[in-house]
Design a protein. Structure first.
Length: 226
């Protein structure tokens, strides 16, 4: 019975300290720079000899973001929140700089969830962090005119996101924000077909790891139900 009373009193104290703001929706427009960390590994089945080639490719473009979240304030100084995001970027590039190879890089879409802790720098200005998990869809294509393999990889990958931002409240319900978010995605491995070359067999696999730097300007609308 004493434990129950303690829990009730604790909950009452917390509820009196929290000024719950409620749900919010947001829209943003920004620029994303996508870096593809690419590693080719080839091994001859007969001799066991191998070769390795590593390089970076990139593409950049505009990225739109939609946000739905929930946040509440603690003593009008701190803010805790969580949000779901969906991104619809227009980020792609075809690199024909090499006479032997043509490279295509694309960032198609992403969705994820973020924790958003914040601190009020002034009465109407909030500084905040973003800690989240994001799932993105990518395309990498390498068309070769030499003996190198043809790689056409459309894939999903999950990454961890870390960001920071500042929001200024234009009114009780509307805030203008600017933020930067870095997302590091897990590497994905693809095996190409066994390639005959001078009566030898070569097994090739390609490892691709995307990472994204995004700067975003957005507007949020806070419903302030409570």
């Amino acid at each position: 019975m004493k434990k129950i009373i303690v829990l009730i009193l604790t909950a009452m104290c917390l509820s009196s300290a929290l000024a719950v703001n409620g749900s919010y929706i947001g829209v943003g427009l920004g620029y994303s720079n996508v870096i593809f960390d690419i590693n080719y590994n080839a091994q001859e089945v007969i001799t066991g000899l191998g070769s390795h080639k590593a390089f970076h490719g990139s593409c950049g473009g505009f990225n739109t973001q939609w946000t739905v979240g929930y946040a509440y304030d603690i003593k009008n100084k701190f803010r805790l929140g969580a949000e779901v995001i969906a991104q619809m970027p227009n980020v792609n590039r075809i690199d024909n700089s090499s006479s032997d190879n043509s490279y295509t890089y694309e960032f198609n879409n992403a969705y994820g969830i973020n924790l958003v802790p914040g601190y009020y720098l002034t009465a109407d200005t909030l500084g905040y962090l973003k800690l989240g998990v994001t799932r993105g869809k990518f395309l990498y294509k390498n068309v070769s005119n030499t003996q190198y393999p043809i790689t056409n990889a459309s894939f999903h990958s999950t990454g961890l996101s870390l960001g920071l931002g500042i929001a200024t409240y234009l009114s009780k319900n509307v805030s203008l924000k600017i933020e930067y978010v870095y997302t590091n995605y897990a590497p994905q491995r693809f095996y190409d077909d066994i390639i005959p070359e001078d009566l030898k067999e070569i097994i090739v696999h390609t490892k691709i790891r995307p990472e994204i730097h995004t700067a975003m300007l957005g507007l949020d609308y806070q419903f302030n139900w409570f």
